[in-house]
Design a protein around this ligand. Structure first.
Ligand code: ZN
Ligand code: ZN
Length: 491
């Protein structure tokens, strides 16, 4: 849910007189590859006589019927929210809670077509949640996420226990304490695009102890990437390795968690399966420069309430020699902050051209008088972009000084000035208005011929004897190196 909805629910459910209370809410399902999220869209407060408070709270069946019918009309599901004013942390259900929720689960699902969701708010403001399935009882949620200029996650400690900290993380933990580290390390983080900045970010995240970090990129390592892609070698270019393979290898070497879960996807976020996988994550780093990919991520930040940390570098060379300036930006795309379209980072017409494949058509680019996608990139400046984006991540999840993510930031290299951009959401912004839409989002994904082609070419190369033998040798060397590590330091 958004921080704004969380505040309203708290106001209502945590009463001044300390009694329990109850209300209904509507939600939109958000279906990932492995995970289903109920994105709360609004409270459906009781009308006069629909609920009564008497130490415990009770409500009438007609209240549930009314809320479920309203939800169904909008294609939404319904959730029952109640408070445990004396409780702290993730709450177990009482026998009454279980009986009450079970008794409405079937009706709510029949009316809305979506599973009934139960949520409990403890007096210390921790949420817990479960999803009811008509015939098979309930399933506890793994987490409840509250999303705005900060990301607050309430974890179900049974399904997602705090990771064991390791001696390699002592310096990190001393910066913010075990509790913050336990919250941060449990986040599922996806890095989309593992070029110069993305690979750098992914390595930093796993070094800091984040357990679940995945990378997504369909591209192949080429000779021209070697001036700036951390961990990539000439051999990788000769063996046509994918960027996600290189990133994964570097992450495996750098991870400090005891049980890291690291995955590489040779996909584009613009492909249906790429987007589905992204919906399994709590935070996404956007390290892609193409407008279509950034538009897909911009949408998910609001429709599915997954904060997207976006950034990039623009180099402005003089036509003959030298450099006029370089600027880099970093911003978190999340409810409460302007989207990429409002802050001028993507343009609707450009997104449509990219989606139609026209930005890769040189004849079209020339005839339409457009500028080809920028190719300049500087290894020496990439760490500054990484640093800005990681700073935004820390503000989002750790909130130093109680402050969350700032306004969009822009750094200008020529003068070394950092500018806080005063950007407002534009009236009628379709992305931000569709907040909480979940699976009802407009579909921006489709088949991606360039990603397909990159994968096909890699497969073709992999069948040649030279690459086949080379990869085999490299894999054996990597395994041997991992084995030596295990023998020396244990696994
Ligand atoms: Zn209860
Ligand atoms: Zn916007």
């Amino acid at each position: 849910m958004t921080s704004e909805l969380d505040a309203r629910a708290r106001d209502y459910l945590l009463r001044a007189d300390g009694q329990e209370d109850v209300c209904l809410a509507t939600y939109a399902p958000s279906s990932g590859d492995q995970r289903t999220t109920a994105v709360l869209t609004d409270l459906a407060l009781p009308l006069e006589g629909e609920r009564s408070v008497h130490g415990n709270a009770s409500f009438s069946g007609s209240y549930v019927v009314r809320a479920a019918s309203q939800a169904a009309a909008e294609g939404l599901g319904v959730a029952l929210l109640h408070s445990h004013p004396q409780g702290a942390g993730w709450q177990a259900m009482s026998a009454t809670d279980r009986d009450t929720e079970r008794s409405y689960a079937h009706m709510a699902e029949t009316v809305t077509g979506h599973p009934f969701v139960g949520m409990t708010l403890a007096g210390d403001m921790t949420w817990s949640a479960r999803m009811w399935h008509c015939n098979s009882g309930h399933q506890d949620a793994e987490s409840v996420r509250i999303v705005g200029t900060t990301l607050r996650v309430n974890w179900n400690g049974r399904l997602r226990p705090a990771p064991v900290t390791t001696s390699a993380q002592i310096r990190t933990i001393s910066a913010w304490g075990e509790h913050v580290q336990a919250d941060l390390a449990r986040l599922r983080v996806l890095v989309v695009g593992v070029g110069t900045v993305g690979i750098d970010l992914a390595i930093r995240l796993v070094q800091a102890g984040v357990q679940d970090v995945s990378v997504m990129d369909f591209d192949t390592v080429e000779e021209v990437n070697l001036d700036r892609l951390l961990g990539a070698t000439r051999i990788d270019a000769a063996l046509f390795r994918s960027k996600s393979h290189i990133a994964l290898r570097a992450m495996q070497a750098a991870a400090t968690a005891t049980r890291p879960v690291l995955t590489g996807y040779d996909l584009s976020i613009c492909e249906p399966q790429g987007q589905r996988i992204a919906l399994d994550y709590d935070v996404i780093f956007s390290c892609v420069d193409r407008p279509w990919a950034r538009a897909v991520l911009n949408q998910l930040a609001y429709s599915d309430l997954i904060p997207v940390i976006d950034g990039g570098l623009a180099v402005d060379p003089f036509p003959i020699r030298g450099m006029r300036n370089a600027t880099w930006r970093a911003h978190v795309i999340t409810p409460g902050r302007p989207c990429l379209q409002c802050n001028g980072q993507i343009d609707g017409a450009h997104v449509a051209r990219d989606r139609a494949g026209l930005l890769d058509d040189e004849t079209y680019i020339k005839s339409a008088g457009l500028k080809a996608p920028a190719r300049e990139n500087v290894s020496l400046l990439a760490p500054s972009v990484t640093a800005s984006m990681l700073g935004q991540f820390v503000s989002l999840v750790v909130a130093p000084g109680g402050l969350g993510t700032p306004d969009p930031l822009r750094f200008s290299l020529s003068t070394h000035t950092l500018e806080h951009m005063r950007v407002e959401t534009l009236a009628g912004c379709a992305y931000e208005q569709a907040a909480g839409g979940g699976d009802r989002r407009a579909n921006l994904t489709k088949e991606h011929p360039i990603a397909d082609n990159a994968r096909r070419q890699r497969e073709a190369h992999a069948r040649t004897m030279r690459v086949l033998v080379g990869r085999l040798a490299q894999n054996v060397a990597d395994k041997a190196s991992a084995l030596i590590g295990n023998v020396l330091v244990g696994s």
